[in-house]
Design a binder for this molecule. Sequence first.
Ligand SMILES: [Zn+2]
Length: 238
Amino acid sequence: MTEKLYLTDSYMKEVDAKVSKTDGNSMILDKTIFYPAGGGQPNDTGKILIGPQEYKVVDIKKEDNDVIHVLDRPAQTTVGSMAHCIIDWDRRYACMKYHTALHLIDGIMEKFYNSGMITGGQIYPDRAHMDMDMPGLTREKVSEILEKTNAVAKEGHEVLIKEIGADEAAEIPRLSRTETGRKLLQTLKTVRVVDIVGVDLQADGGTHVRNTGEIGTIELNAYENKGSRRKRIDIILK
Ligand SMILES: [Zn+2]
């Protein structure tokens, strides 16, 4: 099992880890800071240095409890060797800002606009979108929501990552706002939650900034009506 350091400290940019398995271009380490794609957030990229060799990390996958680092070529190393891992921080930090921004928008919609379920979403390093099941949503309303979200972001709310028990999680009605998330919650003993203090609380496995003041200004890139259950809000950060 790989220790997933990104779950507890999303600001780690480098770490030394031990090689636990290699197979062709794939490598498993005892611990990692590389985020595998999930929950709409893309995988990290970066590099791994082993002795004099430098490998590019081109993809990150999760298999059961292991995180697989896909390298640009087969590693010339043995189990137990030390590997120095460096993530592409600019890409990761941009994704963190977009991820927290989406949670904040959703929190504002939940609090003030009686929003429905989230029916889709994807984060990129330079933009992000979220699809909402909210038949009455309009472009004007979205502009108003984003204005409110930006005002709240600038108040500088702390963003905390916590683990709570399944019983406590079951008491929080809107802890997950996706169908798949709700099904997953029923199988977990402990639930990782992202708490944007005073604004939003959601079950989540992604990486986030520590404070909403880091997000910047959210701008509407596009608004698309993709059906009554899919109103797409596409944002960019400035
Ligand atoms: Zn999320």
